[in-house]
Design a protein around this ligand. Structure first.
Ligand code: NAD
Ligand code: SER
Length: 313
């Protein structure tokens, strides 16, 4: 059996740190190369190889792939929804060109597999709000959502036309405590825990009744690895899979935190991110992922809150 050598691009980010650590446990530290434009995250130091890399520099990326005998790429470098609205050109360029560079190299070097995440941000105001299905009306209103939707079809195209085994998940908002988030609309659900512990209060940039699809990071990491390890014939979706774990509002997450910190108080001051949140579904139907590769989440809101508070303490 050929041993896989994995390159994680964007390894210093919110998902990258935890995904790199999980992949190193499975494939061995030396076989998972972390890479990023910024410096290595301290949590990854001493756990395996790191290279400084700009995904926009295709030539250098190609050289690294050949030099390090890379057989799989996990592409996590992107600009998220809220930051993307501040600089739409930058978001479009990175999110699109970064993906095209990786897909081209995967085709040329016949890489075994590529992973690239999409997002619930592909959905727009005309998509169903409740249990939004895998296939439905998709009219995103953010540059981030547009780039993710276009990216899904590039993945499908490279799979159908060139046989590249590229796989993808539409992550919901991800909540974690190890590495800071990169500028998403769902980031309030991360900040709220630290501020509840430190200050016993939090001013939320979304309204109290804004329901969004969310997932705890351990579930997201497990979903990613389960998708990537599923036999190719089980993968019926080559754009990107809906996956779901929970849906809650700021008021509900505050209620869950109050069970541990009774004096915690939340206030609301919605900003431009409210418009983005309003355009997304409240919950996601992931029946296709359940059927194809047995997807099942483990964490609900209260289980996640207990774990977040325990770890952040
Ligand atoms: P993040 O912003 O925390 O991390 C992205 C990393 O990419 C950063 O470390 C950044 O330095 C790096 N990067 C930026 N430009 C680069 C470049 N040119 N070359 C190399 N590296 C570069 O983002 P994240 O939350 O970890 O998200 C990872 C992926 O998952 C993205 O595609 C994102 O759209 C997707 N996603 C995330 C969430 C979420 O809630 N975090 C939800 C849905 C989808
Ligand atoms: N959590 C991400 C964001 O808010 C969803 O892709 O941008």
């Amino acid at each position: 059996m050929v041993k896989d050598k994995i390159l994680v691009i964007g390894a210093s980010g919110q998902i990258g740190v935890e995904l790199t650590m999980a992949l190193r446990k499975i494939y061995g530290n030396a076989n998972v190369i972390a890479s990023d434009l910024r410096e290595q995250n301290p949590l990854l130091e001493g756990t395996g190889p790191y290279v400084s890399l700009d995904v926009m520099n295709k030539e250098m990326l190609h050289v690294q792939v050949i030099r390090q005998n890379v057989t799989q790429i996990y592409l996590l470098a992107a600009i998220l929804s809220a930051t993307g609205e501040k600089n739409p050109n930058l978001a479009w360029n990175l999110n699109m060109q970064g993906l095209l560079n990786v897909l081209d190299i995967a085709r040329e070097e016949k890489l075994h597999k590529v992973y690239w995440p999409s997002s619930i941000a592909v959905f727009g105001p005309t998509s169903p709000k409740i249990n939004c299905p895998q296939q439905t009306i998709i009219e995103p209103i953010t540059v981030y959502g547009i780039s993710k939707y276009a990216g899904e079809f590039w993945c499908n195209y490279f799979n159908q036309r060139f046989g590249v085994d590229v796989r993808s998940l539409r992550y919901p908002g991800l909540i974690s405590y190890k590495s800071a988030p990169g500028g998403g609309t769902t980031d309030y659900a991360i900040e709220i825990y630290q501020q509840a512990l430190d200050e016993k209060k939090y001013e939320c940039f979304l309204n109290e009744d804004t329901y969004l699809p969310m997932m705890y990071m351990p579930d997201a990491i497990r979903a990613t690895i389960e998708l990537m390890e599923a036999p190719a014939e089980k993968i019926s979706v080559r754009t990107s899979y809906n996956i779901s774990a929970m849906s809650f509002s700021p008021k509900e997450i505050a209620g869950s935190i109050k069970q541990h910190i009774p004096e915690f108080k939340i206030s609301y001051k919605p900003d431009y991110r409210q418009t983005i949140a309003n355009s997304w579904p409240q919950s996601i139907d992931d029946v296709v992922a359940q059927k194809d590769w047995n997807w099942k989440p483990e964490y609900d809101l209260n289980k996640m809150t207990a774990d977040m508070i325990e770890n952040l303490k």
